[in-house]
Structure formats: structure tokens, C-alpha cells
Design a protein around this ligand. Structure first.
Ligand code: PGA
Length: 253
């Protein structure tokens, strides 16, 4: 299975950042990422930059995605963007259910499932995010919380063909804190088990499970070497192309 290295730019950047795919390519050197390698690179910029980034990424084998979408195709939803609209710009992925969307914008599991469903219908790959809070981890509820989120956030329409899961412990996002490698491995194994129950063992083995939360060039190699970690969702360290590149290179050794 390919490794997916995904940068979530959150609400950062301006149109001059359309040059970043080119900067990534220069930093990466030999084009070993992309179609013929074991690594896929994805950048998820703010919505106003998606078309420009798709253009800037042409010829660089870099995928562009959205950070969120509305569950409806069109309608009177001022300020929202639909999965179709993201696809219209040339996006190929969309993050749904990021913990900031869940905590700040009140998104529930069922909304996340509807968003993922609309993404699949628009032929985008949804990256469904799940993760426990610090209190939930400390009280031993992490497995249960993540399991419940996963079961309720994967839409009924999903057949496992186009689906990515991102495990992002809320307390690790933007804090510099990272679970132990054993804890990451155990959670990814738990997630794989839930995917097996839902989609069968064979299909579950093909679904990428990303880890997210304070991934940096210094810890990427160890995290990405874990058996059931098939990539990373990166916030802060994905704004800088040198550090995104260093993380991608950690995959290839
Ligand atoms: P971080 O963010 O890498 O800055 O911790 C990860 C995320 O929010 O996806």
C-alpha cells in the first residue's frame, strides 16, 4: 500500500503559495514521489486557493484536497462549499470531521458521515478524522471513543474502495505532544480491526490509516515505520515545504 503524506494548511496562506508545489518538488529532488513511487503527497489549502494550487501542482504529481465540505450538493448554505465544488476545482481528496470542525463548529459523527458520503458521490476520497481528548485517554476510554466515532462517521454508502482514516488524538494536535509509538501502534491496530469487521479483512488491509498530531521531520521516521501507519496528516510542519519534504523522505528511508 502507498504511504499518503497529507498537509492540512488550515486557515493559512495566500495565492503566492501556489508556488509551493514547485518548491516541494525542488526540495524533493528526484521525482520519486507520485505515480511510480510508494509515496503520495497531498496538500489541503484553504478553499480560495484550491484552483490555483491545482494549477501550481500540475506536473508535480501532488494531489490537492479540501479541508471540509458541506453535505449537500447545492443550496442556500451561505459560506459553505460542496464536495462537487471542490471536485470542480480539481481537488481529489477532502478532510472530513477534523477535530477542529467537531469542537469549534459542532460537527457530529452523523454530519461527518453525510459529508463523507457527499465526497464519495463527488468522486473525492474522504479522509475521515477520529481521535480522543486528553481526558478520554487518561480515563482509559480512547479505544471506545475512537471506535464509536469510526463506526458512526463512516457512511453506509462506503464500500472501502475510496476511504482514508486519520487517527488524530486531539491533545496531540498543535501541542508538540505525541502518544508513545506503542500507543499509536495499538490504536491503529484497533482501527484496522474495526475496518475488518465492517469491510472484511482483505479490503480493510487496503485502507490507509494516517496518524496526525505534531508530526515533524524528527519523529516521522519512527511513526511511519509502524505496521498499521500508512501515512501522516500534518498541520504546522506541512506549511513549510522543506519540512514536508523531510517527512516524505522519512518514508523512503
Ligand atoms: P499539527 O496538526 O501537525 O500541527 O499537530 C495536525 C492536524 O491538525 O491535522
Amino acid at each position: 500500500m502507498k504511504t499518503l503524506i497529507a498537509a492540512n494548511w488550515k486557515m493559512h496562506g495566500d495565492l503566492s503559495w501556489r508556488a509551493k508545489p514547485n518548491a516541494f518538488r525542488r526540495a524533493y529532488g528526484v521525482p520519486t514521489h507520485g505515480k511510480n513511487s510508494g509515496v503520495d503527497i497531498l496538500i489541503c489549502p484553504p478553499s480560495h486557493m484550491i484552483c490555483a494550487l491545482v494549477d501550481g501542482a500540475k506536473g508535480h504529481d501532488i494531489h490537492i484536497g479540501g479541508q471540509n465540505c458541506h453535505q449537500a450538493e447545492t443550496g442556500a448554505f451561505t459560506g459553505e462549499i460542496s464536495a462537487n465544488m471542490l471536485a470542480d476545482c480539481g481537488a481529489t481528496y477532502v478532510i472530513v470531521g477534523h477535530s477542529e470542525r467537531r469542537a469549534i463548529f459542532g460537527e457530529t459523527d452523523s454530519m461527518v458521515a453525510e459529508k463523507a458520503d457527499s465526497a464519495i458521490t463527488a468522486k473525492l476520497v474522504p479522509i475521515i478524522c477520529v481521535g480522543e481528548s486528553r481526558e478520554q485517554r487518561e480515563s482509559g476510554q480512547a479505544d471506545e471513543v475512537v471506535g464509536d466515532q469510526l463506526k458512526s462517521s463512516i457512511p453506509a454508502s462506503a464500500n472501502g474502495d475510496t476511504l482514508v482514516i486519520a487517527y488524530e488524538p486531539v491533545w496531540a494536535i498543535g501541542t508538540g505532544l505525541v502518544p508513545t509509538l506503542d500507543d499509536i501502534a495499538a490504536m491503529h491496530d484497533h482501527i484496522r480491526g474495526i475496518l475488518s469487521t465492517r469491510f472484511g479483512d482483505e479490503k480493510a488491509q487496503t485502507i490507509q490509516i494516517l496518524y496526525g498530531g505534531s508530526v515533524k521531520p524528527s519523529n516521522a521516521k519512527d511513526i511511519l515505520a509502524l505496521t498499521d501507519v500508512n501515512g501522516a496528516l500534518i498541520g504546522g510542519a506541512g506549511l513549510d515545504m522543506e519540512s514536508l519534504c523531510a517527512i516524505a523522505q522519512a518514508v523512503e528511508g
